[in-house]
Design a binder for this molecule. Structure first.
Ligand code: GDP
Ligand code: IMO
Ligand code: MG
Length: 417
């Protein structure tokens, strides 16, 4: 059966590590949304891979596909591709010809958008031009990979894009669109990696019957429609976007992945956020610094209320918990089970203002005792009882089994039940 690995929190749940782990048994690993706002770190035998666009299946030499639902920065892709070629010989990567491009003006617009917001209203984007690139897709202005066949056609499109955006760029003292410079970027991109571009029909013909692993980017709570708007990313991160974003009409089972605590980069509501030394301890121990932006991630206790919502909107079949080891030395581990006594059915997860108004109290948390050092644990049965209790409590609350347990960043620090 095909599988999808979907983040259930605000991203950085360890999707890259788990996709690498699972990809052994799959033929194709596909991305279906997002862009190089994603940062997926995978550690295999002392080699660290930092991937933004290329699915983590590339490490095992699997065929990798970037579907039409992503947005692609040609400059960035070229660099990432060249870097991966230094580590993996002949990576097998295909790009859907229907992918819209991120161009320099998208990054300038991302910067302008953020600069006109103030304080808490700032989204805290990754500044990679993601929002403006998706805006252009919806606004039917995108330059797509299939356009690269004809520089004349791109020039024509760029002329109308320039008319539309130069007034805004000028108003904010940003450099105007330089059509010649853009054509040079796109021409060299096409010469270098044009051979990776395929039509969706090619992927369907060759892979619809093969085993496919879908790699989510970001997390369910950052979904454009289902997350805490406007503190979201600009794509649908949840599993129901898979068919649209990959162009593959296949069935799949969904693995929902979450950390044993919660993190968020950028602004937006975070009811179980910690502002004390435990939050700092988790950030340092878990190395919670953004792969893309190097920003310190906000940390908090595991929030089962929002997790239950994420499981529902993704139709999660099985769960994967990561980074349990980060909590090893804490005396007490807490889990958020309600928001001021309210359960997940009573909460509007789309309304940021109402989410921000919650102030959690002791009754909203379930407390677990320390489980100590678990570095030698190789299976569920040999886990300390307090950790078993913790895992079972989460399963019962979410009513979904935890099938994968990650106890460290390495491939072999993974337990399957
Ligand atoms: P992604 O965006 O969901 O792929 O996650 P990131 O790669 O941005 O962040 C997860 C980080 O945690 C990476 O640096 C991983 O190497 C690391 N990691 C993944 N699983 C574990 C785990 O179980 N324990 C620890 N300590 N680190 C982990
Ligand atoms: P992975 O795949 C964590 C966040 C940004 C910001 C919001 C909007 O590594 O889990 P954007 O640049 O997308 O317009 O920013 O979304 N964000 C992520 N946070 N992990 C990610 O990806 C993210 N991608 C975007 O920090 O709050
Ligand atoms: Mg990440």
């Amino acid at each position: 059966m095909n599988k999808a690995v979907i983040g259930l929190q605000w991203g950085d749940e360890g999707k890259g590590k788990i996709v690498d782990y699972l990809s052994e048994k799959f033929d194709l690993v596909a991305r279906y949304q997002g862009g190089n706002n994603a940062g997926h770190t995978v550690i295999v035998e002392d080699v660290t891979y930092k991937l933004n666009l290329i699915p983590s299946g590339v490490i095992r030499g699997k065929v990798c596909f970037l579907g039409q639902g992503i947005v692609l920065d040609p400059d960035h892709f070229l660099k990432e591709y060249q870097q991966i070629c230094e580590k993996i010989s002949n990576p097998n990567i295909y790009l859907s010809s229907n992918i819209p491009l991120i161009l320099p003006y998208h990054k300038q617009l991302d910067k302008i958008n953020e600069s006109i917001l103030t304080g808490e209203d700032k989204i805290g984007t990754t500044a990679k031009g993601i929002g403006p690139a998706y805006q252009d897709k919806v606004g039917r202005k995108s330059i797509k990979l299939y356009d690269l066949k004809s520089l004349d056609k791109i020039k024509e499109k760029l002329e109308s894009i320039k008319k539309f955006y130069d007034p805004v760029l000028n108003a904010y003292q940003e450099e105007a669109i330089n059509i010649d410079q853009y054509l040079t970027i796109l021409d060299s991109f096409y010469k270098e990696v044009g051979s990776l571009i395929v039509d969706n029909s090619f992927i369907k013909k060759n892979f619809n019957q093969q085993k496919i692993l879908f790699e989510g980017a970001q997390g369910a709570l950052l979904d454009l429609d289902h997350g805490s708007y406007p503190f979201v990313t600009s794509s649908n991160t949840i599993s129901s976007n898979i068919m649209i974003g990959s162009g593959l009409q296949v069935d799949y089972q969904t693995v929902g992945i979450f950390k044993a605590y919660a993190t968020r980069v950028g602004n937006g509501p975070f009811p179980s956020e910690l502002f004390d030394q435990i939050g700092d301890y988790i950030a340092e121990t878990g190395v919670e610094y953004g792969t893309v932006t190097k920003r310190k991630r906000r940390c908090g206790w595991l929030d089962l209320v929002s997790l239950k919502y994420s499981c529902q909107i993704n139709q999660v079949n099985e769960l994967c918990i990561t980074k349990i080891d980060v909590l090893n030395n804490l005396e007490e581990i807490k889990i958020c089970k309600s928001y001021q006594g309210q359960s997940f059915e009573e909460i509007n997860f789309n309304d940021s203002d109402s989410l921000k108004s919650f102030s959690l109290n002791e009754d909203d948390f379930k407390i677990f005792q320390s489980w100590g050092d678990i570095t030698k644990v190789k299976d569920f049965d040999s886990m300390p009882q307090s950790l078993k209790n913790y895992i079972q409590y989460i399963e019962e609350y979410l009513e979904i089994p935890i099938k994968i347990i990650s106890l460290g960043p390495e491939r072999n620090q993974t337990i399957i039940r």
